[in-house]
Design a protein around this ligand. Structure first.
Ligand code: MG
Length: 249
């Protein structure tokens, strides 16, 4: 295998499942760090802040610098700040997204938004979904942090933000703008902020449709690992193959 300067790891199903670390991934990451190569962490999970993701990594034995942790919430906030400057933005989601928006200079409003941003909200209720559907019917631009239908946990798969975004999109008859993987936005930002070329980067993940396609869309090498969403036999049937396919890291 080639050596890279930026190893970009997906988290859920690649580094950990729920609160349980995946041992082979942790060993691999620690070896990179011992060799002086500090990895990057790239997650569609928009519910956690950078600090909370750092804690989740710490809990499975990985010390990660904050500026190497990228969530779809962080990148969504940067995207909204660039493309919809001075617009009224409402959001649905948790701490991770709210903090990312505030840090990007966007103070979310409660009513009559011109832009509606949707991340996962684990305390979701019907009224919040109803409000979101109405905002979008009234013309708010619909942006979702990610389109993951499900994510793996130690208990099994749970509903992801994509399942709720699709629901709202179906009701309002609008296709959301998705920012997380497989969009290349997260890798674009890492390349810009840390000064890497595509040849120096590799995207590593368990989910073909998000992680591997993100790397392919961005134009860097990819490693599929068989510890999460997409089993290897399904990956092998895909037209565009990852650069490498491994059972474990
Ligand atoms: Mg994953």
């Amino acid at each position: 295998m080639r050596e890279y300067k930026a190893y970009c790891f997906d988290l859920d199903g690649t580094v950990y499942r729920g609160k349980k670390g995946i041992a082979s991934a942790i060993t691999f990451i620690q070896r990179l760090q011992q060799a002086g190569n500090e990895p990057f962490y790239v997650t569609n999970n928009a519910s956690k802040t950078r600090e909370q993701l750092q804690e989740a990594l710490m809990a499975v034995g990985i010390h990660a610098p904050l500026e190497h942790i990228y969530s779809s919430a962080l990148v969504t906030a940067k995207y909204v700040a660039i493309h919809f400057k001075d617009k009224k933005v409402a959001m649905m989601g948790s701490d991770g997204l709210r903090q990312a928006l505030l840090e990007a200079g966007i103070k979310p409003v409660e009513d009559e938004p011109e832009v509606f941003v949707m991340g996962i909200d684990r305390k979701l209720d019907y009224m919040a979904l109803a409000k979101a559907a109405l905002f979008i019917q009234k013309g708010a631009i619909f942006i979702a942090t990610n389109q993951d239908i499900k994510f793996p946990t130690e208990y099994g798969f749970l509903p992801g933000n994509g399942s709720f975004a699709r629901l709202i999109g179906d009701v309002a008859d609008v296709e959301p703008i998705y920012i997380g993987k497989p969009s290349s936005a997260i890798l674009d930002i890492i390349a810009i902020e840390h000064g890497f070329s595509k040849e120096e980067m590799v995207m590593i993940g368990d989910n073909y449709d998000t992680d591997i396609m993100c790397g392919i869309n961005f134009g860097c090498d990819t490693i599929h690992v068989n510890t999460g969403v997409t089993p290897t036999n399904v990956v092998l049937e895909k037209e565009q193959q990852p650069t490498y396919i491994v059972d474990t890291l």
